[in-house]
Write a protein that binds this ligand. Sequence first.
Ligand code: KG4
Ligand code: ZN
Length: 378
Amino acid sequence: MRILSIDTSCDETSVAVTDGTVILSNVIWSQASLHAKFGGVYPTLAKREHEKRIDWVIGRALSAAHCTLSSDIQAIAVTTGPGLAIALEVGINKAKEISERYNIPLIAVNHIEGHVLSPLARPKVITKDKLPLARSKNLKPGQQIIPKSQLSLPSFPAIGIVTSGGHTQLIRIEDIGKYKILASTVDDALGEALDKAARMLGLGYPGGPILEKLALVGDPDKYKLPTPLAGQEKRMVFSYSGLKTALYRKIEEIKLSKKELSKKDIEDLAAGFQKTAFSHFTRVLDWMIVNKKLENTKDILAGGGVMANKELRKNLRNLAKRRSLNIHFPYTKKLYGDNAGMIGIAGYFKAGKNEFEKDLSFVDRSPNAKIGQPFHFE
Ligand code: KG4
Ligand code: ZN
């Protein structure tokens, strides 16, 4: 089944074409550089940019997948929440317009469900003619290479992890489409905390990738920051606002003794903040695994913008290995941050259950939608 999917939940205008769980195209037009001067996403600017770009992004996604709306697309999937209300609206209106004009059924998708199912996305199978000569030498004509990521499929129930700019959640996936949030943040999301820390250190936006780079050369133990809720993991919540305050105090302390932060100080603080923030996350997750709060699960599906961070993935891989669990990440970096490919994947499973929208007038933005809850009438 070929699906055209749209996500305009935040500052990326994204459209994808998927075939089952295979990504045929996944075009992302990022507005991040436009919002950088505000140090965060400016909603009215986001809406305007989505409106300006959406038709162009749809055209690119269709042509990259060699598809047309009139003959190849069987469903439209669109993010209806959570996200910025006026940004979501742009994608929803466009999806409805296409659905009506081409008589293609519409599927409303929860953005967090998209993130959590993003590890199920598969690349197009590579055939001999698509490979460089050196790698294709040992292949017979027509023989296909199945990427390693296609070989391991999770079983359910499974554990879902979403760490992004707006969410930090641990989810029990009873089965695809059946979710229960087991733990979430009581204040800032992990990505939000990284972005705020970067701002305090005078760095750009989004801060997560900038901190990651600096942390590679910094000493994480030079300026020790307290791990949030250490020893209180049994509360099964995440909290990042205290860590943010601790970083602020540390910066003030250094400034008192030497007026300005040196490049080295910034690198060390970035490394320290990142290490502590990730350690809090893995400590809560580990506690829940050890204390059987995630019973009968053998697989972890992890997605969201912050998962693009190598250090975090390494920590989670180690934890999974230690606890004899399999962990699955998206096969490509493009599927971590906001993208429509993951919405197409979630949409595909909803289509399989015939969850098409019967009446388009009921399809509306749902800025605070939660995974696992019906999200039409909040
Ligand atoms: O999933 P996403 O694109 O948008 C939301 O749904 O929120 O996540 C954006 C967040 C931002 O906070 C950004 O700083 C963070 O993901 N992020 C990273 C990295 N790349 C993006 N955080 C840490 N390391 C990265 N490499
Ligand atoms: Zn997101």
